[in-house]
Design a protein around this ligand. Structure first.
Ligand code: SF4
Length: 236
């Protein structure tokens, strides 16, 4: 997902990418709102591979990637090649529309859906991570549940039936999985919307029980925001 999540006032509601960030750690989301978020080059590469036709070559796709990311390092071409090889025999999902903005007024969320295929009414999410051994990663369960809430609302306005799940394309692994969000995933989305709204009002969230600090780029800022203990006052 690539929608900008640093401009909460320009669109009504919370971006699904914000929910995912807050899912990792609400504080990470707090700090990310202070910095501009750029579309990942890996995601752009995976998106090109996901939407490529059967005869696409590395050279042709690389040209497209360079148009989207002028100045991208030549080293990333190897990743493109890896993805293309991985997807050679994978059933990439068909599409008739890509990058569709979907929204749920009831939950107050919006996001970009990677692929929609009108003839069969199927939806797909394109990921630039490798696939887990089974199912999908927890953050993709949140993404899927949030997107499905938006799709359901759109379908119910049209009087059409909505799907039970979404396809997730793990491009670097060449793995495509269908995932139906659970009730727990939906509950998480509702809870995360509240967290994101609180952060956007300026609330600094507490550290979660099991935060991913070892992989966090905000460790320094986070330590500086820790409330000082009273014992600090008595130190000389
Ligand atoms: S250092 Fe840990 S608690 Fe702080 S923002 Fe990062 S992940 Fe969250």
């Amino acid at each position: 997902m690539t929608e900008s999540r640093n401009t909460p006032n320009t669109r009504r509601g919370a971006a699904i990418s914000s929910l995912v960030s807050a899912f990792h750690c609400p504080r990470q989301y707090y700090f990310s709102t202070k910095h501009e978020q750029r579309t990942s080059e890996r995601y752009t590469i995976c998106k090109q591979v996901s939407c490529a036709d059967a005869h696409a070559t590395v050279e042709r796709l690389w040209e497209m990637v360079c148009l989207i990311h002028p100045g991208i390092s030549e080293e990333k071409k190897e990743f493109l090649n890896t993805c293309l090889v991985a997807m050679k025999h994978a059933p990439a999902r068909p599409w008739s529309e890509i990058d569709i903005l979907v929204r749920s007024e009831r939950t107050g969320i919006y996001g970009l859906l990677d692929k929609y295929y009108a003839p069969t009414g199927e939806y797909a999410l394109t990921r630039c991570t490798t696939a887990p051994p089974h199912g999908c990663w927890p953050e993709d369960a949140v993404r899927t549940a949030a997107l499905l809430l938006c799709i359901e609302e759109c379908m119910s306005k049209r009087g059409d039936a909505s799907p039970k799940g979404l396809y997730i394309e793990y491009i670097p692994s060449g793995v495509i999985r269908y995932y139906e969000p659970s009730l727990k995933d939906r509950r998480r989305v509702i809870h995360l919307v509240r967290t994101v709204k609180e952060v956007e009002k300026g609330f600094f969230p507490p550290k979660p029980l099991n935060p991913p600090c070892s992989r966090c780029q905000y460790t320094q800022s986070c330590a500086q925001h820790e409330p000082r203990r009273l014992s600090f006052l008595f130190k000389q």
